[in-house]
Design a protein around this ligand. Structure first.
Ligand SMILES: Cc1cc2nc3c(=O)[nH]c(=O)nc-3n(C[C@H](O)[C@H](O)[C@H](O)COP(=O)(O)OP(=O)(O)OC[C@H]3O[C@@H](n4cnc5c(N)ncnc54)[C@H](O)[C@@H]3O)c2cc1C
Length: 418
């Protein structure tokens, strides 16, 4: 059983958080150890990709996380939430990602979508949705940005929305949306909302960008079969979304010309910073596996982890994990302070983009090195490193890819057009 003191050490002192706050993190840590760690293979569907086993397991552990308050922890008590301290979610979601980052994604998207609506000041739209996710059932949401012609372009601030091909036209009191999204997590699964990035007119640049909330039962909304992919096989469902003259009330556009473009960049920044949290959870899991395995495995009569070559690699893993965690904590703290502008403005977008890149490189490097230190056992299905490596790669690819994020990091220091 982990103590509050150990949680504090792991999260670099967790400055500003009381023992009571950290009790929430400790509870989730214990749940992950007890209920998720033993089911990691089942969540993935097993070596033979057993869809039913995977879906049943996801339902069970998602319900378990709902029961301990994860889904509603961030919202005010007045609407049924737990009102936990701001920023505590990073530690909670790192713990879930330590068990399975696909599951963290499936649940985390809800907060991403709700956070965007609340952040836009649209409590009129947010309230019924937030009340729904604060009930005692598992839910899902969807953030629809990526299009067949490219994901990075939609997120690219220097494209000013000119490459977006999902069009929203105002017809009286309704928006009529036609277009095609591809890959969004929760496509076909969301029972709350599809927050859809559209344009009213690509020629209008940033003023054309429109963020419109589409209800899951909207007429004209349909989905392809889920994609088959390398990792997060069943925990995170991805598919195409077709908008065939989907009509929604005019009020469902979150802000309006200019405001929606700013919000889009905030959403991207938040997703990137959050992905660093997921990646740190993955790296931490691989670190724990390799430290444990190399305790008993011997090379010429001595434990692998006592050999200086191997101990130095384990030491470097610890350093990189702490750096990823500390950097993300710092960026999140700067974002919450509001002292440095909006998260989607170049200064903080630069930091959030760097956090995702550094966190993902750390996760992939740690998983690789863990595999090397464990030899064939690291490569085997039984020790889970291969699963973390498969899952970690998409953390690096989504939200624009590492190349787009390097450009966004540079854009924090000087201006240029792509
Ligand atoms: C498991 C999973 C979950 C996902 N979840 C979501 C989701 O919830 N919502 C959603 O909308 N999408 C989601 N995606 C899609 C994902 O975010 C995109 O695939 C990603 O942003 C990259 O877009 P792309 O695949 O179209 O690649 P492209 O945009 O074609 O990019 C390919 C490469 O070119 C680089 N590149 C492209 N354009 C530029 C540019 N302008 N500047 C610099 N470099 C550039 C990229 O960095 C990348 O290296 C998900 C994908 C997967 C696999």
């Amino acid at each position: 059983m982990i103590t509050i003191e150990e949680i504090r050490r792991k999260y670099l002192g967790a400055p500003g958080y009381s023992d009571e706050d950290l009790e929430v993190v400790r509870t989730v840590h214990e749940y992950v150890d007890k209920e998720i760690m033993p089911r990691r293979k089942d969540l993935d569907g097993g070596w033979h990709h057993d869809e039913k086993l995977a879906k049943d397991t996801i339902e069970k552990v998602h319900q378990g996380l709902v029961d301990i308050g994860v889904q509603r922890m961030a919202y005010p008590e007045s609407v049924g939430g737990l009102g936990v301290a701001p920023g505590l979610g990073s530690m909670v979601f790192e713990e879930i990602a330590r068990g399975d980052c696909g599951l963290a994604t499936h649940i985390g998207i809800i907060g991403w979508v709700m956070g965007a609506i609340v952040g836009a000041g649209r409590w009129d739209i947010a309230e019924p949705l937030v009340k729904k996710v604060c009930d005692d059932k598992p839910h899902a949401s969807c953030m629809a940005l990526t299009e067949p012609a490219g994901g990075a372009n939609v997120e690219d601030p220097t494209q000013h929305g000119r490459t977006i091909r999902t069009i929203a036209k105002l017809d009286g009191e309704e928006w009529v949306i036609s277009g095609h999204k591809v890959w969004p997590s929760g496509a076909g699964m969301s029972d709350t909302a599809y927050l859809t990035v559209c344009t009213t007119d690509p020629e209008q640049g940033d003023d054309g960008i429109a963020l419109i909330l589409v209800p899951p039962d909207a007429e004209g909304l349909s989905f392809s079969k889920p994609f088959e992919k390398m990792g997060m096989c069943w925990t995170d469902i991805n598919a195409e979304i077709f908008y065939d003259d989907v009509r929604v009330p005019k009020e469902n556009r979150l802000l309006g010309p200019g405001g929606d473009a700013a919000l889009l960049h905030n959403i991207v920044a938040g997703g990137r910073s959050g992905t660093c949290v997921w990646a740190t959870g993955v790296a931490q899991a691989c670190f724990e596996i390799v430290v444990n395995y190399t305790k008993d495995r011997e090379i010429a009569g001595r434990p692998v982890r006592s050999r200086s070559l191997h101990a130095s690699i384990i030491g470097e893993m610890a350093l990189r994990i702490d750096c990823a965690r500390a950097y993300q904590q710092k960026v999140a703290e700067m974002t919450r302070s509001r002292q440095f502008g909006r998260s989607g403005e170049p200064f903080l977008l630069s930091k959030c983009s760097a956090a995702q890149n550094f966190g993902c490189e750390t996760a992939i490097w740690v998983a690789h090195k863990a595999m090397e230190l464990m030899g064939s056992y690291g490569y085997s299905y039984d020790y889970h490193i291969e699963k973390y490596l498969r899952d970690a790669k998409i953390l690096q690819l989504w939200l624009g890819g590492p190349q787009r994020r390097l450009l966004d990091t540079a854009l924090g220091y000087y201006t240029f057009e792509w």
